[in-house]
Design a binder for this molecule. Sequence first.
Ligand code: NDP
Ligand code: MG
Length: 391
Amino acid sequence: MPARNLTILGATGTIGVNTLDVVAMHPQRYRVLALTGQNQVERLATQCRQFKPLYAVVTDEARARELRHLLADTETEVLWGERALEEVASLPEVDTVMAAIVGTAGLKPTLAAARAGKRILLANKETLVMAGRFFMQAVRRGGATLLPIDSEHNAVFQCMPEPYSGDLDTHGVRRILLTASGGPFRTRALDTLDRVTPEEAVAHPNWVMGRKISVDSATMMNKGLEVIEAHWLFNARPEQIEVVIHPQSIVHSMVEYRDGSVLAQLSHPDMRTPIAHALAYPDRIEAGVTWLDLTRVGPLSFEAPDLRRFPCLGLAYRALAAGGAAPAVLNAANEVAVQAFLDRRIPYPAIADTLAHALDRLADRPAGELDALVAIDQEARAVAAAYIDAR
Ligand code: NDP
Ligand code: MG
């Protein structure tokens, strides 16, 4: 079998590092053609020395100079800027693109991969939340293949009949059950949530992840974004997507069929499992993870989420029901609010307040083409920032 040629967008992040870890186990199967990063230039340089890509991309010129210096004695060509990210995502010789940049910055390069008909390993859920209809259209028109990396959606994908037609009803699927750990504040007294610190919020009980998604897990905004992600990936209506809290993070999601069967995918919470699944699909390869011994993991429990504790989850359902640009508004306002919380400018409960405010102001905007979505994203950021400043 010829080796697959990879571009890894966001190689220096948690998902990027885990991807390279799996890739390193299978040197015959994968060749890395491009790696990208933003601030972690030294880590990117180390990765380039190990994987010898043709291109390394950073976001600005100063970092490009730094990286060129670090890689002066290598063959890797250093590029910088948004355009370069789009270029390495659509190189003719690349067949697979890992989309693992965090946030809205991931949209354009992921879109470029879709238009170029690549096999896209999608970690950047913000692309679907912000521009779901537009992105799915680009995937279809470009003839791209979409494989979910997000552990829940990867689990759902694995429990779905193949090939999936894009219509749950035809396959007899009644509901998609997305599991959520409930994060670090699942049992914390509600009246103490205003004293939550960024350190407490990013300390996830089961997963090691970037800071933004860790805060999203604490508020359950992450699950809200995933409900919207599931809507687009599986063409599921909001009432067909249910969230179940499962604190042990062993069952990564489930699919319920009309006849009462529920299929689940289980593994230790280690992103290398979904990454290896999507990298090798439809084959199966080793991921370097610990084998799951169910006799030793202890009891698995499930409970319904409390929307008073997790108002962000309710807001995500609200945005999905509103449709149009509402999910893009939610996503943009959330990025601003999470950053303000991490910078200690707002208390933890104000994250949800900021999102509710942005939705009140902008939820009825229609979702247009890319330019319109980018404009609404900017407007939502401004509305959220003004709300935070005025508090
Ligand atoms: P990290 O913050 O760990 O990594 C983000 C990556 O994107 C880094 O390589 C970073 O570069 C790069 N980056 C950040 N900002 C920009 C920008 N403006 N332009 C270009 N590159 C940028 O995030 P994660 O790896 O945790 O998450 C990546 C994506 O995967 C997110 O969308 C997240 O929601 C999703 N995801 C993550 C999961 C996880 O377990 N971590 C699970 C499911 C989904 P640098 O570090 O060099 O600055
Ligand atoms: Mg997830």
